[in-house]
Design a protein around this ligand. Structure first.
Ligand SMILES: [Zn+2]
Length: 171
């Protein structure tokens, strides 16, 4: 997968995702085999994302490397791979947990997020991310783009990504 951290997309819908794709020069992207300019369009697949407007089934573009055959989903920085919740919601939950403020406002803002989602996110943060962030001297208080780029650069993972599939940064 490839995560593009440009600020061209700040809310998530099929329309904003398609517009975001329109801003990308695919010839500039690199594959994990090291080649640049070898990626061609290779269909789409559907991802469910919980947004305040409902659980959206978004068509995500996949690219394939002409050289090594690997495929890469194209994500904006808002996407946490394998999660239905956006990175902005992950960060809001972690910040509320740290500040010991109520989670109600998060659930009111997005009614598709419930208490079990919040417990899960906090558990994953404590198990996989809290010490990692502290060890590399950055803070959950950084802005979303900085957090995303630091995690992709340092760990080859989006912030809060759990599975180890390499996630390539393009900014
Ligand atoms: Zn390749």
């Amino acid at each position: 997968m490839i995560t593009i951290t440009s600020d061209k997309i700040n809310t998530f819908s099929q329309i904003s995702y398609n517009e975001f794709l329109g801003t990308i020069n695919f010839h500039q992207l690199s594959c994990s085999c090291g080649l640049t300019g070898s990626l061609i369009r290779h269909g789409t697949y559907r991802r469910s994302i919980k947004t305040p407007d409902g659980i959206l089934r978004i068509c995500i573009l996949r690219l394939k490397c002409k050289h090594c055959g690997r495929t890469h989903a194209i994500f904006p920085k808002l996407i946490v791979p394998y999660s239905q919740m956006l990175l902005t919601d992950h960060i809001s939950i972690i910040k509320a947990y740290i500040a010991k403020t109520p989670f109600e406002i998060i659930m009111v803002t997005n009614e598709y997020i419930d208490e079990s989602n919040i417990r899960y996110i906090i558990g994953q943060y404590l198990r996989h991310w809290k010490e990692r962030i502290a060890a590399f001297v950055f803070s959950i208080k950084n802005d979303i783009r900085t957090l995303s780029e630091k995690c992709l650069c340092t760990f080859k993972k989006q912030l809060m990504q759990i599975k180890c599939t390499p996630n390539i940064l393009f900014c």
